[in-house]
Write a protein that binds this ligand. Structure first.
Ligand code: TPP
Ligand code: MG
Length: 410
């Protein structure tokens, strides 16, 4: 009797709670109407200034970056090329996966190109970048070739990680992965920043990226704490693509304003669908950390068009209309294209040529990657590439007690 009397009352309370605290919904702000550029020079490499959209940033305990960006026609066109190339590469990976030529995990970043490309355009090869498993675009921008990245996905020995890492573990100079354990790259990023500081290289920035899902991990906050205590030159950056696997950000995060989650660390929300805003933000952040001001927490508001990975159709936890709306109103490539045309940086014709060149470049390298020989079916390969070449020990234990591999003698 008693329990029956209690139950309806508790249910009523729960229902009331849901009404009282509706899920916080946030939308990407990509209104480009307020951005503009005037009096452009004729020359491709002559600098001029672009005024950024009013909706580029929101700050937390931080003065906003300038809403202007110095650039050239050449650079803007290169940004466009890079984003198209990354997208074409991801589309090639999508096809090869569906043809069952790529096996295992494969996470694509279609829709998020402005983040990886914009960051690279703001830093130098002396800076360090580390991210999670959605890493193909970063590997490319850090200097990996399409051939080596696709080769890696295909498990080829000539792949960027000798065919051992696959989609989630790609590395290049100044690029520390490609990391499969959610959140684990954040403290490693703090370590990279510590190394820069220890070596007296505060002018070198570390860009440590993680997702909205990863942002709730304890190790992220531990890394924030140490970075602040030690005043490390690092820009933590949450790539908020609105979902962690199939869970919407508002269902996993008590506070979805990820740029405020460093609490005692100043933060900046950046329109991650606008490559110019990303470049301006990171350039500003690097100046800030280089000047010894300590860490920053950025949030790049973005969106992934595809599923979490190739095994997720991506349409069970969000509507097709939502994806379509983001594609048609927020696409980073279409957004930059529109600006380049409006500002007379280039013509429709030249952009088509850039599209064609990017497509041909990527297709050519993908075809070359597909022609790379598959690895020999020998266990020897399992023991290679574990140590830095030339620093291997005399022997290594194998998969079973009776299996031992002797380096140099097999
Ligand atoms: C420590 C750990 N827990 C769980 C997983 C499984 N997992 C892989 S990706 C993912 C979601 C992460 O989402 P988010 O950080 O938003 O990154 P996104 O995939 O959106 O880029 C989870 C839970 C994992 N790889 N590592
Ligand atoms: Mg996410």
């Amino acid at each position: 009797m008693l329990s029956r009397a209690v139950r309806p009352a508790r249910r009523a309370l729960l229902v009331r709670k849901q009404v009282a605290f509706p899920a916080i919904s946030r939308s990407v702000t990509t209104d480009a109407a307020s951005s503009h550029a005037e009096n452009l020079p004729e020359e491709d490499d002559k600098p001029f200034q672009v005024k950024l959209s009013d909706e580029s940033f929101e700050t937390y305990e931080l003065d906003p970056p300038p809403y202007t960006l110095d650039t050239t026609k050449k650079e803007l066109k290169k940004m466009y090329y890079d984003m198209v190339a990354v997208r074409r590469m991801e589309m090639a990976a999508d096809r090869l996966y569906k043809e069952k030529k790529i096996r295992g995990f494969c996470h694509l970043s279609t829709g998020q190109e402005a983040v990886a490309v914009g960051i690279e355009h703001a830093i130098t090869k002396e800076d360090s970048v580390i991210t999670a498993y959605r890493c193909h675009g970063f590997a490319f921008m850090r200097g990996g070739t399409v051939k080596s990245i696709i080769g890696e996905l295909l498990g080829r020995r000539e792949g960027i990680a000798y065919g051992k890492g696959g989609s989630m573990h790609m590395f290049a100079k100044g690029f520390y992965g490609g990391n499969g354990i959610v959140g684990a790259q954040v403290p490693v990023g703090a370590g990279l920043a510590f190394a820069h500081q220890y070596l007296g290289q505060n002018d070198k920035a570390t860009i440590a990226l993680y997702g909205d899902g990863a942002s709730n991990q304890g190790q992220v906050f531990e890394a924030f704490n140490m970075a602040k205590l030690w005043n490390l030159p690092i820009i933590f950056g949450c790539e908020n693509n609105k979902y962690g696997m199939g869970t919407a950000a508002a269902r996993s995060s008590a506070l979805t304003e990820y740029y405020k989650r460093g609490q005692y660390i100043p933060g900046l929300k950046v329109n991650g669908m606008d490559i110019l805003a990303v470049k301006a933000a990171v350039q500003y952040g690097k100046q800030y950390t280089s000047a010894g001001n300590g860490p920053l927490v950025y949030e790049y508001v973005t969106y992934r068009y595809g599923g979490h990975s190739m095994s997720d159709p991506g349409t069970t936890y969000r509507t097709r209309e939502e994806i379509q709306r983001m594609r048609s109103t927020n696409d980073p490539i279409a957004g930059l294209k529109q600006k380049l045309l409006e500002w007379d940086v280039t013509s429709e014709e030249e952009l088509k040529k850039i599209d064609k060149t990017a497509r041909e470049d990527v297709d050519k390298e993908v075809a070359e990657a597909e022609k790379m020989p598959a690895p020999d079916a020998t266990p020897k390969i399992l023991f290679e590439d574990i140590y830095v070449r030339g620093s291997e020990p005399a022997w290594l234990r194998g998969r079973t007690p009776d299996e031992t591999y002797y380096y140099g003698s097999n």
